[in-house]
Design a protein around this ligand. Sequence first.
Ligand SMILES: C[S@@+](CC[C@H](N)C(=O)[O-])C[C@H]1O[C@@H](n2cnc3c(N)ncnc32)[C@H](O)[C@@H]1O
Length: 285
Amino acid sequence: MVQRAQRVRASSADPAARAVRQRNKPFGNITRGTTNPNRLRRVDRWLAGPQAWRLRTEDSPLVVDLGYGGSPATAVELYSRINAVCPSAHVTGIEIEPERVRIAKPLEHGGLDFRVGGFEIPAPGLATMVRAFNVLRQYDEADVRLIWDTVCARLSPHGIFVDGTCDEIGRRSTWVALDRTGPLSLTISLRFGAFELPSDVAERLPKALIHHNVPGEKIHDFLQALDKHWQAGAPLASFGNRQRWMNMCQKMHDDGWPVVRAPSRWRLGELTVAWSAVDPSAAVA
Ligand SMILES: C[S@@+](CC[C@H](N)C(=O)[O-])C[C@H]1O[C@@H](n2cnc3c(N)ncnc32)[C@H](O)[C@@H]1O
């Protein structure tokens, strides 16, 4: 079992080598199975909220919980949250560690199943949603693009892949959303009262960004801008942190940051920004 970031097994950009690997074994490594009930509520609320339209583009959409961990609790929760907005959806929990699949099997029913696999996603058909939380953080940054490409190749035309990270009980959460064309956005979602500065979320950034929160990088500029507006909004704290957060989001928008202008989401402690604004592979303008 892996306890620290490591390269994916037989990592290779060569399609032939990849095909052989994908035919033979799950793509990826067994890592720690740490999980907690309800820790993924913030991303689930986003998938079942502003992203739910994607489910309606398919008759029987497939939703994948990739790397559900030592207990299938978050996969069961994903099923109930998705089922509430799309009863025809099927949820498949995929785990690379066979014993974790054996433990989950008794919970299977018509809308939920569990299977052994990796980033190749060994489920029939294309996926409308793939949620991989606290999975890529245990891999090497150099492998992130290959992993993203592998998962995105399994998405339906309107499918979305969320690669995210959160703390133990899900109060601080971030995720990158991708479709078949590549990364679309970064979302941060924080519980009011669980942070002093918005940049406290830096330690929970996805693997693609976490090593880039240093001066001169876009993600650093973004978090610094959030902090600046959060601190300037201190007088609003008497009206509650929600008001202060919404003011910060509006100021980011006013400054020209490509944030999604969605006050109903801001109210939840959430903010989504276009990937181009934080992309570490693109130089700061
Ligand atoms: C830290 S747990 C996260 C559990 C859950 N997603 C959560 O956030 O609470 C990571 C899990 O991902 C699994 N995993 C790692 N790489 C994987 C892969 N390529 N495919 C499927 N599962 C994988 C590990 O075996 C482990 O059980």
